[in-house]
Design a protein around this ligand. Structure first.
Ligand code: SDX
Length: 431
């Protein structure tokens, strides 16, 4: 971040305050208000953080107007087309693309951390079979701080590294176990001879009763979904992880907080909600009815998978995801999938509607991912756990970056108070 000699002058009741302007590598200039309250005795007010930079970061950048998403400077379409998830994990964690030797060592390290402490299998068995997998993941990941005491000391760089690898490595195992538990099938252990995405599909879909061979094209599609969800600046769940981490909480507790936040239908839960919406629409002739509901101010219904706080023209991830949807469904021989047909027609009709154009609403990352995941055999309840699995590297990278900032302070926002003024307690007989 470049300090500039530029500043803004704020005048309140005749007094003037100079606020420094900071110029980033990319994106809008930033008004530094860190000393505002101390100097002027006023707060700023921005409850949805629509105009607020909560931190300084070097990991991911989004240009919402151009529809650009960069991870350490590399555009997402290039990474999705030429890289793979574990290489993107290395990039997000350490800042540069790995050499061949670095990548081999990193992938081997992750592979050797995919097993879960055997006693955690008992933990799983305490849940109801019909528990939502996100409830299980929130609980199990938080409980990792009860099993991996040797990687909870955030002041120890080595322990931070071990915790990072453990979380990236074990999330597929935990997500797959949550799925197996929900369908009453036995857990499948990870295998070191399979790549990350193939291993996840094998843990989800293989059964002891017969051999299971992972389809390499589905593994590639799974890997691309992981890559497209890896990190996304200071979204709600990443901001939750940063805020939790600012108190010094251990990494497993912080990531569990991120999983909990991601679950919401306005955020990561949108992929499940979107597919359920597409199924409710059911056929293209019912699309106008749902578009009308989405536009009706008196109807809380929103088109799930549409809109974004930052992207105002298109979500580059959705573009890649739509291509993948066509490839996967053709491979599976379900290119005539009625849900995909509804999704494509809904996109066309919404994008042609002035309401969505004016409000800059268009498909986001969650719009097509559910179509692919369902075609691959996942129930809708597994969509957000897969998003959480993918985003763990983003949460962890941002967590490590914040802990490495010597200027880190505990996050403690203030408020605009409009409650009662001071008043004395009244005894119950006087009320
Ligand atoms: C993710 O932040 C991230 O980066 C998140 C994410 C990531 O990778 O981490 O990209 C992942 O969460 C993607 C978003 C998934 N959510 C959904 O698909 C749910 C549906 N979308 C909306 O809930 C909404 O668009 C948000 C939450 C995504 C963005 O909300 P904003 O930026 O706060 O916008 P808003 O709610 O203020 O809406 C602006 C206007 C409103 O109308 P007015 O009050 O101005 O008249 O647009 C309308 C909204 O009513 N609007 C929609 C709409 N989304 C916004 N109208 C119909 N359908 C929608 N989907």
């Amino acid at each position: 971040m470049a300090d500039t000699d530029k500043s803004a002058t704020l005048t309140i009741d005749g007094a003037s305050y100079d606020l420094p302007i900071l110029s980033p590598t990319a994106g809008p200039d930033v008004l530094d208000i860190r000393k505002l309250y101390g100097q002027a005795g006023v707060f700023t007010y921005d409850p949805g953080f629509t105009s607020t930079a909560s931190c300084e970061s070097t990991i991911t950048f989004i240009d919402g107007v151009k529809g650009e998403l960069l991870h350490r400077g590399y555009p997402i379409d290039q990474l999705a087309g030429k890289s793979h998830y574990l290489e993107v994990c290395f990039l997000l964690l350490y800042g540069n693309l790995p050499t061949a030797a670095e990548l081999e060592k990193f992938e081997d390290t992750v592979t050797r951390h995919t097993m879960l402490h055997e006693q955690m299998y008992n933990f799983f068995r305490g849940f109801r079979r019909d528990a939502h997998p996100m409830a299980i993941m929130t609980g199990v990941v938080g409980a990792m701080s009860a099993f991996y005491h040797d990687s909870t000391d955030i002041t120890d760089p080595h322990q931070r590294e071990v915790a990072s690898i453990r979380l990236i490595a074990k999330m597929p195992t935990i997500a797959a176990m949550a799925y197996k538990y929900s369908i009453g099938q036995p857990f499948v252990y990870p295998r070191n001879d399979l790549d990350y995405s193939s291993n996840f599909l094998n843990m989800c879909f293989s059964v002891p009763a017969e051999d299971y061979v992972v389809n390499p094209i589905l593994a590639r599609a799974m890997d691309r979904i992981f890559t497209l969800h890896a990190d996304h600046e200071q979204n709600a769940s990443t901001s939750t992880v940063r805020l939790a981490s600012s108190s010094g909480a251990n990494p497993f507790a912080c990531i569990a907080a991120g999983i909990a936040c991601l679950w919401g239908p306005a955020h990561g839960g949108a992929n499940q909600a979107c597919l359920e919406m597409l199924k409710e629409i059911g056929s293209v002739d019912r699309i106008p009815e749902f578009i009308a509901r989405a536009k009706d101010k008196n109807d809380p219904f929103r088109l799930m998978g549409f809109g974004h706080r930052v992207y105002k023209n298109f979500d580059p991830r959705a573009t890649v995801m739509k291509q993948s949807a066509d490839e996967v469904l053709e491979l599976l021989g379900v290119e005539n999938n009625p849900i995909l047909a509804v999704a494509k027609e809904l996109e066309q009709q919404a994008l042609a509607d002035p309401y969505f154009a004016e409000k800059k609403l268009f498909p986001n990352v969650d719009f097509y991912s559910g179509v692919i995941l369902e075609a691959m055999g996942f129930p809708t309840s597994m969509f957000t756990p897969i998003f959480a699995l993918s985003r763990t590297v983003g949460w962890i990278s941002q967590w490590k970056e914040q802990l490495g900032d010597p200027g880190m302070k505990i996050g403690r926002p203030r408020q605009l108070y409009n409650g009662e003024s001071l008043r004395d307690y009244s005894d119950i007989e006087n009320r």
